[in-house]
Ligand binder design. Structure first.
Ligand code: PLP
Length: 405
């Protein structure tokens, strides 16, 4: 069950909102910073997973860098205190405007994803009288055994440069006066659970490709392994911190690196997912023909992962636990939102405590790709952030019936 220090105060906050467990978040970031120091593997947080300002300020203050995928993410990262030299800019289709934004800020590296993009970035560098620090994103054609929407390292995916184009890429980069070649980047997908197997395979492939590039004449100063470490959506309380130990150790043991080569990873999901929950309230318990619907006041516009990927999130009735001591017994519900789409469903046939109108529900492990993917579909407002150590400062539920008491 989601831990809350003061449920009475928590239950007066207006729903829906994203609740961030600051203590867990701090411990997660500390763990990563500590492993980074121990192994010498640099960490750039992939900002697209969660762009909450306070969380990002906490990450940047631990000295981590940022991996960005848009011009506005770059500007936002700088405003959150990330060192511009520790910002990389990835993304398959960077616009001219975004490329210029990145030059203006003075980022550490462009991670370039196609031959066409090498040409454009080098041309813009020439016109600005600059030299572009550049890594090439490689499509290593390996399968991370994850959901097909979140693999990125196979030939059929749109990402990266594949081995068929290596010679041409090298020819374009080598001796180009507008490019400062930096290294190679590999990001093979997301929610990788068989860490030791998949990452070992990835490292072996990366070793081969780095050696190949150096043989054909480019010095690889930086090796960037991307993100992708998975988290436990089934048991957020049992595994609140992702298996960073195994991830760093597997890389440390399997990646060949010279003392003059730097290594990066870019975790997104694993740094933020377990610290966030979407908190919502039951509006109606509707008895359908052959199922019971729990209709809550958060919708797919607040958290789209179940609708988009069929993603699983653990769902809990907090009121039944904190107010009634888990004495209510169980029922099976489909937990659905108010948006006019059948896909607006957070979970089908979930066994939950018998639920009533007004109960507080937590949708767990929602810190990554949750709030950042929110929309205002149906003109619904954005759910705000509420931090565990500042619950009393959060907007309160309104009482529309003051005349009644
Ligand atoms: C999305 C992304 C990441 C982070 O992936 P997670 O699965 O959230 O860890 C890292 N690098 C790049 C280039 C990405 O696009």
């Amino acid at each position: 069950m989601l831990k809350i220090d003061d449920f009475a105060s928590f239950s007066r906050v207006a729903t829906p909102f994203y609740y961030y467990d600051i203590d867990l978040f701090r411990r997660t970031v500390d763990k990563v910073a500590e492993l980074s120091e121990r192994t010498g593997i640099h960490v750039h947080y992939s900002l697209k997973a969660n762009s909450d300002r306070r969380l990002n300020e906490m990450i940047s203050s631990r000295g981590l860098g940022a991996d960005c995928v848009s011009g506005d993410e770059i500007d936002f990262a700088v405003s959150c205190g990330y060192n511009p030299k520790k910002i990389f800019f990835a993304g398959v289709a960077k616009s001219d405007k975004e490329i210029c934004q990145a030059f203006q800020v003075g980022i550490g590296a462009f991670v370039v994803e196609s031959l066409e993009e090498i040409e454009i970035v080098s041309d813009i560098a020439r016109r600005l009288g600059r030299k572009a620090p550049m890594s090439l994103r490689i499509n290593p054609n390996i399968d991370p055994h994850t959901h097909h929407y979140i693999t990125t390292g196979l030939y059929e995916d749109k990402f990266g440069i594949s081995d068929r184009s290596f010679d041409e890429a090298v020819a374009m980069v080598k001796d180009n006066p507008y490019i400062d070649f930096y290294g190679l980047q590999f990001h093979i997908g997301s929610q990788i659970m068989e860490v030791s197997d998949v990452v070992k395979l990835e490292c072996e492939k990366v070793n081969e490709i780095v050696a190949l590039f150096e043989r054909i004449g480019l010095e690889v100063r930086n090796i960037d392994l991307g993100g992708g470490l998975g988290i436990d959506y089934d048991d957020p309380d049992g595994n609140p911190i992702a298996d960073f130990e195994t991830w760093f150790r597997t890389i440390d043991e399997n990646l060949v690196r010279r003392p003059d080569q730097t290594v990066h990873v870019e975790p997104g999901r694993s740094l933020v997912a377990q610290s966030g929950s979407l908190i919502t309230e039951v509006l109606y318990v509707k008895k359908g023909e052959n199922r019971r619907f729990l209709m809550v006041d958060a919708g797919m516009n607040d958290l789209i992962r179940p609708a988009l990927y069929g993603a699983y999130h653990k769902i809990e009735n907090l009121t039944a636990h904190y107010e009634d001591g888990d004495g209510r017994g169980c029922r099976v519900y489909d937990v659905v939102g108010p948006v006019c789409e059948s896909a607006d469903c957070f979970g089908k046939e979930r066994a939950l405590a018998k639920s009533h109108r007004g109960d507080r529900i937590a949708i767990r492990s929602a810190g990554a790709y949750g709030q950042v993917m929110a929309s205002r579909y149906n003109m619904r407002p954005f759910a705000p952030s509420v931090y565990s150590d500042r619950v009393t400062e959060a907007p309160r539920k309104k009482n529309y019936f003051a005349n009644e008491d």
